[in-house]
Design a protein around this ligand. Sequence first.
Ligand code: PLP
Length: 393
Amino acid sequence: MKANKNFYKIEQNYLFAEVADRTAKYSKEHPEAKIIKMGIGDVTLPLCEAVTDAMHKAVSEMGVKETFKGYGEYRGYDFLCESIVGYYKGFGVDLETEEVFVSEGAKTDLGNILDLFDSDNTVLVTDPVYPVYVDTNILAGRKIVYADATEGNNFLPMPDYAVDADIIYLCSPNNPTGAAYTRAQLKEWIDYALSKNAVILLDSAYEAFITDPDVPHTAYEVEGAKKCVIEICSLSKTAGFTGTRCGYTIVPKALEFDEDLNKLWLRRQSTKFNGVSYIVQCGANAVFTPEGQKGVKENIAYYQENAKIMMAALDECGIKYFGGKNSPYIWLRCPGGLGSWEFFDKLLEEANVVGTPGEGFGKNGKGYLRLTSFSTHENTVEAMRRLKKMLGK
Ligand SMILES: *Cc1c(COP(=O)(O)O)cnc(C)c1O
């Protein structure tokens, strides 16, 4: 047996582990410090009542012979797929239930979807990037090319026809930069993908945070998308499912490639996956009911209020930032020309606030820091008070 040596090629020192180490070290040396964590992208508000009610009911059903469920559909239960189809209808997009695939979350599918593609394909990702896209492809031995996301393009790189690619990852609204493509910009990517016979894997994890009417909630709002886009979605940030685990992936039947990817994906799922728990799918389904939508929108509004507090403080400090408007992330240029880790340390030591160094997401993240709005109002206000004090504002 020979192990997969590609494991040596992926980043060994995981960014968040280094952040946690430095934070723990500071905390040990300064036990009195009240540290506020605005680094890791995890939600803090609980599941809404519509979701927990649905899950309680499902648990009871599982304990009764007449309503007990064994293995479900590979694709996910029809009731949930139909609710998701209904959700897309709200954006003016018609899907078939057979184009919806329920998953345990976006990260799982972002990795698994690669089973559909030959390893002899070139992958295009942005820099900075959500590390999952890079690591999964390195493990599979694929060639990766980078599109630079910089202040010059508002962290929204556009296609370069001189570059050839077969698999394109887009994340909009973006983690880590918070930048989001408009319909017109996404159309340019779709035209590029169609001209290159490339597939776009669109990570839509932050769709529910969009406030700008020019930013589409789904790529399928844009002409041509059904021919080349697979959309990977998650209830993690939308509905607080980071610990509950549920997402969905849209694989259109109209995708135009050498094989029918919708059929291949069903074949792949039926080979390696036995579905998401009935209880979780019932909870996920409740997200799409009027009560569920009300509950999740209240939680998102809470995070959006935090983002506003942060943006106002950064404006006062004269710090340049991106995101915040369509995203729980604020991507700021480290003041005073500091490097990502230098500003991380300063913020930790002088304000007791933890962010995520931008350079952990790629070379273009050097000199930037990511903050999240997934805190309490109280902590957000306090963190911004300390930041202003630190910078003498
Ligand atoms: C949080 C996040 C996800 C969600 O992953 P899950 O596995 O559904 O929890 C996907 N993509 C990005 C960019 C994320 O930040």
